[in-house]
Design a binder for this molecule. Sequence first.
Ligand SMILES: *Cc1c(COP(=O)(O)O)cnc(C)c1O
Length: 430
Amino acid sequence: MQFYSLNGKSPSVSFAEAAMQGQAPDGGLYFPSEIPQHNWLHSNEWKHRSLVEIGVDIMRPYCAGSLPPEVLENIVYETLCFPFPLCELTSEVYVLELFHGPTLAFKDVGARFMSRCLEHLNKDGDKKMTVLVATSGDTGGAVAAGFAGIEGVEVVILYPAGKVSPVQEMQLTTWGGNIRALKLSGSFDDCQAIVKQAFQDKDLNEKYRLTSANSINVARWLPQQLYYASAMQQWQQDVEPVISVPSGNFGNLCAGMLLQQGGLPVKQFVAACNANDVVVDYLHGSAMDDRKTIATLSNAMDVARPSNFVRIMQMFEHDRKKLSAQLAAYSVSDEETVSTMQHACSQLQYIADPHGAVALYALLQYLEKHPGNKGMFLETAHPIKFPDTVAHAINELPYMPEEVRDLYQKPQHVTELAADYDSFKALMMG
Ligand SMILES: *Cc1c(COP(=O)(O)O)cnc(C)c1O
């Protein structure tokens, strides 16, 4: 399988090259030359096979020629090392919990798959690979956990001081070894600007083999299809599900829609956004305009211009009408997020995190307008990652999993830095 750039000005590449490059040289996102069709998804037999087997079948066409079969099997096995339970809340509303991984967020799936791919692909490289990543919270932790202890790869994480939650910060700083955490006295945008500049810096690129770990990388995007397959294995209802996805950069939703195009029987996808709702407006007829990022309670979804949306457009031949027939979209305010957390707690006996609550709200809106349907929402993070918001909404602290309690015992390894490029460069060159 080849991957082509959606900007159309770079040559097509293999999975291996796309994973090592991240973004195409022309600045475009890579897209597979064809969407593999899995006719077996329409039968019921596959529901009894192991998820690892299914996962290998889904990933094989993409990775063929880049990863030997036994390597792919092993990577899928190590990626799917935690469960994705589908839980019933009412006879119509289900929740797919994606937070049982090492950093308690769904990003663990993509990060684990990608880290193991790069380890294999860089095996014979003469230079160590350095993954540079700016994070506003969840990405950095998932990437750090995915790469911790991986041979030949070093990770440098930049995060804004005082702007990530305590649990998120410990998930960045308690690794040591090949994981380096830099705490910058600035904003997330400052961190991202420094990472962008680093990729253009000749001196740094001579010294390091730099790569990015953001969600546009195909090795992070494509394996996200696997938990949608797990959800359908567990779906016992007589109607196809509506699936509501809390969306920021739209990688998660885009992976689900890709598998739907490959044959997964989903009735309808719902894009659940917070106040950063440019896609919602676009699907309802507005232009795709430039906007400023708005800070919300579901901060992992505070993205003004979602990078992965162009991949969804590509799947629908850039036909807005065709896409809006297949994709419902809702914008959910902070007030609605909080009231949904309260409703979930008191009426459904469920503690949702703010991101899951956005998706639950959108699902309930959709089901109300389209009676007779049943659906699920994706719970993308454990509520303990957002303790202040949750406690404020429901007067209760979520249960603290053992992994989180352990974090408080571990020493932190962190370098504090001014948020300017020269300080960063001096540190890296020193
Ligand atoms: C990253 C993130 C999202 C948004 O996912 P995208 O793939 O960027 O749309 C939603 N919820 C949580 C908890 C996240 O960390």
